[in-house]
Write a new protein. Structure first.
Length: 277
């Protein structure tokens, strides 16, 4: 995803309408953002962002270029510290000022480059930086067993060998390795940045199945995507950003693509008109 700093906010002072079509899920959110703001000099990239993500829920974050999506996920991930507002994790206020802070909480962020090493094999990538040891030697057997089980639990069946170099994998298979690594790290929230960009139909289906598998395991997913077909296939709720603000949060079951496009392009949610019979 290209840099997205919500720069469009410079051209308009109109506050987008915040709309919700249904009550939030019950219980304590895994992650809650309250009135979070972020600026870059005179540019207000994010303003009063409220966002709840619950365990085992897929929330799609959508918005036009410049809406603030990249700024928001980098704020959650600890790359940029917020200038205003408060972040809560499992009901407790937290301070996320560095990627180590988000990782310690259980947040794994998968950017489009996936941060994989093409020259290493699948097992080596999944355990990179936290290899299992048996005495002074690598415990290759335990790592292979754990890698194979994690991929199987995610219903990944297209990998020829867990010892093949990641550079030889397809786009969907690379996503699977990145997701499996997050599962091994016991992530509670996985942020996926445009995971199906430039993928074909079968590879896209594989990635969407991975999202569903994460949900079934109780892992929350924040899915950033321009593809509304993908969003409506796997998301429970949609949060739309418009000029650095939350334009609305809607449940997928209660909306349609036309209303989602309205939120993305106008920052408002108008009733869908139906022709008279």
């Amino acid at each position: 995803m290209a840099a997205d700093t919500g720069a469009g906010a410079r051209s308009s002072d109109r506050a987008p309408v915040t709309t919700s079509t249904a009550a939030d899920p019950a219980g304590t959110p895994l992650l809650r953002l309250s009135k979070v703001g972020k600026s870059f000099g005179p540019v207000q990239a994010l303003t009063d962002i409220d966002l709840d993500i619950y365990p085992g829920e897929v929330v799609a974050l959508v918005g036009d270029n410049g809406a603030g999506k990249s700024t928001l996920i980098k704020t959650i991930s600890g790359i940029w510290a917020p200038d205003a507002g408060q972040e809560f994790w499992e009901g407790r206020p937290v301070t996320i000022r560095h990627p180590r802070d988000s990782a310690a909480l259980g947040i794994a962020t998968m950017y489009q480059d996936l941060a994989l090493s093409d020259n290493l094999d699948i097992v080596q990538n999944m355990f990179l930086g936290r290899e299992l040891m048996r005495g002074p030697l690598l415990d290759e057997t335990s790592m292979e067993l754990a890698a194979r089980k994690t991929l199987a639990d995610l219903s990944v069946t297209t990998v020829r060998s867990i010892r093949q170099p990641v550079g030889s994998l397809s786009g969907g298979q690379r996503q699977a390795v990145a997701v499996a690594r997050a599962v091994l790290e016991k992530a509670k929230l996985v942020i996926m940045d445009e995971p199906t960009a430039a993928l074909g139909v079968s590879q896209t289906a594989m990635v969407l199945n991975l999202v569903t598998s994460l949900k079934q395991q109780g892992v929350a997913v924040l899915l950033i995507s321009h593809n509304l077909n993908d969003v409506f296939a796997v998301a429970d709720r949609i949060t739309a950003l418009y000029l650095g603000r939350v334009a609305g949060t809607v449940r997928v079951a209660d909306t349609d693509t036309q209303q989602a496009v309205q939120l993305i392009t106008t920052g408002a949610l108008a009733p869908v008109s139906h022709p008279s019979a």
